[in-house]
Design a protein around this ligand. Structure first.
Ligand SMILES: *[C@@H]1O[C@H](CO)[C@@H](O)[C@H](O)[C@H]1NC(C)=O
Ligand SMILES: *[C@@H]1O[C@H](CO)[C@@H](O)[C@H](O)[C@H]1NC(C)=O
Ligand SMILES: *[C@@H]1O[C@H](CO)[C@@H](O)[C@H](O)[C@H]1NC(C)=O
Ligand SMILES: *[C@@H]1O[C@H](CO)[C@@H](O)[C@H](O)[C@H]1NC(C)=O
Ligand SMILES: *[C@@H]1O[C@H](CO)[C@@H](O)[C@H](O)[C@H]1NC(C)=O
Ligand SMILES: *[C@@H]1O[C@H](CO)[C@@H](O)[C@H](O)[C@H]1NC(C)=O
Ligand SMILES: *[C@@H]1O[C@H](CO)[C@@H](O)[C@H](O)[C@H]1NC(C)=O
Length: 417
């Protein structure tokens, strides 16, 4: 008994300094865990710029998102989140209930479990034994073994956002998916990837599959006829905040010529927004100025026109009218006589507030059941079933009126219907 006591005291003296250091260098040891509650703690990077942990969802009481966020700004903007894909047998959605827990495990890496202990997500394919995790000042959460080898990095498993010092390797098959909406972090309808031939693509996809429509942006960084060195090999977000495609021949293809301020004064991020626009943002680091994210550049130039494709509704839902705002983000509105299918989803589809069909026409023969709303500079692409020419505007309207299948008539170029 007497012999045990001195050991115990020595043990405590050693343990205390280590645990306080552990908080300052972003170092998380195996066995550490966080629980999703109102006053949940998080794992901070040494500079305090980034935090890893549970963020409460603003619009959903009792739901939390395992994520990494900018911790020093009021927005607490999320840059990475755990998203369990349906294809994984462990399943589960990305917002998790109160009482869920994330633990750093030596063999499994990060393991997210629900309040009942059911596994919801884990950092996949850990080969080796994890010694600790590090929330680094770049925003990258890294799991390392005892020889400082990286076993897993959040930077290699990006969601919708890239940060300075992050690269996407062509060969890694990494894909950025947009979210469903600003507040719903489920997989959305847009993706960004560096394709095998070196081309950087933005595609709309046909959920719930990943089947992609024709790209609505492509960089063109492929091998040229006589020079395979021009193919892109990496998407680079360098430490100064510039985003470019690095070609096989080490030349760079800058996505934007915009001059940037120093990363000492500004945070940068690039996000594939839920509406399909890929945007680079900056945010002042000083906390006294009430900063917000400023859009520096984005692609494509006009998402309303660019996402027209042979399948899918584009950036707005079906029957919804897309207009481009000054920040090059889309605005989706229902036409007069139509209303949102889901009143909470401004970007979703619109349904008619009337019943239209051939049956209705037959029941009231000779009666004008419908009238026209005229919209200027508006098109309804890829849905034509008749093309009448030459035709006047009146003939065009009349032909639609007399056709019980017709919902819209497009008149253009002074003679085409
Ligand atoms: C994290 O902690 C472990 C154990 O104390 C230590 O060996 C390692 O060097 C630390 N890593 C960093 C990046 O500080
Ligand atoms: C966290 O919040 C719960 C309930 O809101 C409270 O019971 C608990 O004491 C709080 N814990 C700490 C460490 O503040
Ligand atoms: C997010 O959107 C998906 C697909 O529309 C839906 O199934 C899910 O319930 C939504 N999640 C939340 C938290 O609202
Ligand atoms: C490839 O061909 C084009 C056109 O023939 C030529 O202008 C260019 O210099 C060639 N590039 C190389 C690397 O040979
Ligand atoms: C980042 O890229 C830009 C543009 O190519 C270049 O001017 C700058 O020196 C690069 N910065 C770093 C840290 O590599
Ligand atoms: C490109 O740069 C890398 C790293 O600096 C180097 O190893 C490689 O040989 C270079 N490739 C070419 C084609 O210059
Ligand atoms: C920041 O915002 C707060 C609240 O809106 C306001 O009271 C304060 O004056 C603002 N500070 C600056 C520097 O704009």
């Amino acid at each position: 008994m007497v012999l045990v006591l001195p050991h115990l005291i020595v043990f405590l003296l050693v343990l205390l300094p280590i645990s306080s250091i552990a908080q300052n260098n972003g170092n998380v040891t195996v066995g550490n865990s966080l629980t999703a509650t109102d006053n949940t703690t998080s794992w901070l990077s040494p500079s305090g710029d980034f935090a890893f942990g549970f963020r409460p969802l603003s619009n959903q009481k009792d739901l939390f998102l395992l994520s990494i966020w900018f911790d020093k700004i009021p927005d607490k903007t999320v840059v990475w989140y755990a998203r369990a894909d349906k294809s994984l047998s462990i399943g589960g959605a990305n917002p998790v209930p109160r009482g869920s827990k994330v633990e750093l495990d030596a063999d499994k890496g990060l393991v997210l479990t629900g309040p009942q202990g059911d596994e919801l997500w884990r950092s996949n394919t850990i080969v080796g034994t994890v010694s600790y995790g590090v929330m680094s000042n770049t925003g990258n959460f890294v799991l390392q073994d005892s020889n400082f080898n990286n076993l897993w990095q959040s930077f290699e498993d990006p969601k919708d956002t890239l940060l300075p010092s992050q690269t996407v390797e062509r060969s890694a098959g990494v894909v950025l998916y947009s979210r469903q909406s600003e507040t719903n972090f489920s997989k959305g309808r847009f993706l960004l990837k560096l394709q095998d031939d070196g081309d950087l693509l933005l595609n709309t996809i046909n959920l719930p599959t990943d089947n992609a429509n024709d790209p609505y942006y492509n960089s063109g960084t492929v091998a040229s006829v006589n020079d395979s060195g021009t193919a892109g090999k990496q998407l680079v977000f360098n430490n100064s905040g510039y985003i470019y495609i690095l070609r096989e021949n080490n030349q760079t293809f800058l996505l934007s010529q915009v001059k940037l301020d120093s990363t000492a004064d500004f945070y940068y991020r690039a996000t594939l927004n839920f509406d399909g626009v890929f945007t680079q943002y900056s945010h002042p680091k000083t906390s006294d100025a009430n900063g917000s994210w400023t859009s520096l550049w984005s692609m494509p130039d006009n998402i309303c026109l660019a996402t027209v494709s042979n399948s899918g509704s584009g950036t707005c839902g079906y029957n919804s009218i897309c207009t481009l705002k000054s920040d090059r983000r889309p605005k989706c509105d229902c036409p007069i006589g139509y209303s949102l299918l889901d009143p909470n989803d401004q970007y979703g589809s619109c349904q008619p507030e009337f019943i239209q069909g051939c049956q209705e026409d037959k029941l009231s023969p000779g009666k004008d059941l419908y009238s026209f709303e005229v919209l200027i500079n508006t098109d309804w692409p890829n849905a034509d079933y008749a093309f009448l020419k030459p035709y006047t505007e009146d003939q065009c309207q009349q032909s639609c009126m007399e056709d019980c299948m017709c919902a819209v008539a497009i008149f253009r170029l002074g003679d085409s219907c």
